[in-house]
Design a protein around this ligand. Structure first.
Ligand SMILES: *Cc1c(COP(=O)(O)O)cnc(C)c1O
Length: 439
């Protein structure tokens, strides 16, 4: 039995200090009904709680830790940077360096603005889209999450899906009214919607690989339809690649699917575990952002030297030229993830537990469902009780997963073959527990 005595006491105390004991809702483990391990430290593929338990970590801080925790190159770069001062609020060479590195893998980004969170990136991209088009309405897809700004907190997946809060109190009705929602992966629905409202729409914003209703891949040709509709109606197409950026492929979903958005939002990996996100795109659009243009957006800690350093160190590892004849870093991640997803599928089948396993590069997800999952409704129809049983067994076995099947699971370069085998052995017990719970 997993001993979480210290974590339970720490959680009880934290609940008197922070709303629900946490600084971001999903960390509370409310949806799986157990105590969240309080984390002491992490190294490579492993994470350790204050009770002394060791886990193989597939949360990876919800995506950023793609090269593993406390990677020696990242740590050394951060230590050296800290010695030089932690913030200046003035331009540095680091910002241009990170900008250039991002642009080498995202050619659709000609000018970029660094911010501190994915929420800020999407919120600012929308302001820019509204500013340049002179239109107020935006289109988002049901189950896609783009951070917690007012306009985007409408029918927004994961945490909200898990907690069953469709909209948040505090979002003005007028603001929500400017957000039009459509089902994901339904080309006909968005075509109809744009035919009715297209001329009022500033932007279509989408997770091109959706990771906040569980991992849901775009159907063949779907993103091309969005591209075509945005162009036809003079709206901007915004790819929110805060999660799938650098993961669906090194160049994100836009490279994987060959679709060029007008604006791209990045986050998570771009900061290598420090708070960084960014939005960028075509020069004439981005040059409308202040001080180059009239669309205001600013940030005291934006482009922070420690944050830029962690992002640079991480992206350098991720984008390094492989040795001749060797696969590159992203390819290795994809192959490792494939080994795990194929293994999970086979084990679930053997246990007689129907699942849908999805993968995009180093992202993967698993739904306890016998039917195909392609949008929010089909995702939400998955068996949540089965997930709870599976999750708790995995945690007992030392596998640290996101506490909801509406979250994506992440592979890192630090995960070893041994880690994967241990994970599959645990998963076998997990599926057996699910099968037993159904008898
Ligand atoms: C995580 C996420 C965000 C929000 O980023 P924060 O840094 O948590 O504000 C936005 N969009 C997507 C697709 C995300 O996965």
């Amino acid at each position: 039995m997993l001993n979480l005595t210290k974590s339970a006491a720490a959680f009880a105390e934290a609940k008197t200090l922070l709303p629900g004991g946490v600084n971001s809702p999903v960390r509370s483990y409310r949806s799986v009904g157990c105590t969240p391990p309080f984390i002491d430290h992490a190294k490579g593929s492993k994470i350790y709680d204050i009770d002394g338990n060791e886990y193989i970590d597939y949360v990876g801080s919800w995506g950023p830790m793609v090269v593993g925790h406390a990677h020696p190159q990242v740590v050394a770069a951060l230590q050296a940077a800290a010695e030089r001062g932690t913030s200046y609020g003035a331009p540095t060479l680091l910002e241009s360096e990170l900008a250039r590195l991002v642009m080498t893998v995202y050619p659709s980004i000609e000018v970029i603005r660094m911010v501190n969170s994915g929420t800020e990136a999407t919120m600012s991209a929308l302001r820019l889209a509204r500013g340049v088009t002179g239109r107020d309405k935006i289109v988002k897809f049901i189950g896609c999450y783009h951070g917690h700004s007012d306009s985007l907190l409408v029918k927004a997946g994961s945490g909200l899906a898990t907690f069953g809060v469709p909209d948040s109190p505090g979002v003005p009705k007028g603001t929500a009214a400017d957000t039009i929602t459509a089902p994901y992966n339904d080309a006909e629905a968005i075509t109809r919607l744009m035919a009715a409202h297209g001329h009022e729409v500033a932007a279509i914003i989408v997770e091109p690989v959706a990771g906040n209703m569980g991992l849901v891949l775009p159907k063949q040709g779907y993103l091309a339809v969005l591209r075509q509709l945005a162009t036809q109606y003079g709206a901007l197409l915004i790819f929110d690649e805060v999660m799938c950026g650098f993961r669906a492929s090194a160049g994100g979903a836009q490279a994987a699917y060959g679709i060029t958005p007008d604006l791209t939002c990045l986050g998570k990996i771009i900061g290598g575990g420090l708070p960084v996100a960014a939005y960028g795109g075509r020069r004439e659009l981005m040059n409308q952002v202040s001080p180059a243009g009239p669309v205001y957006q600013a940030g005291t800690l934006s482009g922070n030297p420690l944050a830029m350093t962690a992002g640079l160190a991480t992206l350098r590892i991720l984008t390094a030229e492989p040795a001749p004849g060797e696969p590159d870093y992203s390819r290795v991640l994809t192959l490792k993830t494939k080994k795990l997803t194929l293994g999970l599928e086979a084990l679930a089948r053997a246990a007689g537990v129907p699942v849908q396993v999805h993968q995009a590069g180093s992202m993967f997800g698993l739904f306890f469902s016998a039917q195909e999952v392609y949008d929010y409704a089909t995702s939400a129809a998955s068996d949540q009780e089965a997930f709870k049983v599976w999750f708790r067994t995995m945690l007992e076995e030392g596998i640290y997963l996101a506490p909801s099947q509406f979250e994506t699971i992440f592979m890192s370069g630090a995960h070893t073959d041994e880690d994967l085998n241990q994970t599959l052995a645990a998963a076998e017990k997990g599926f057996a527990a699910v099968a037993a719970s159904r008898q």
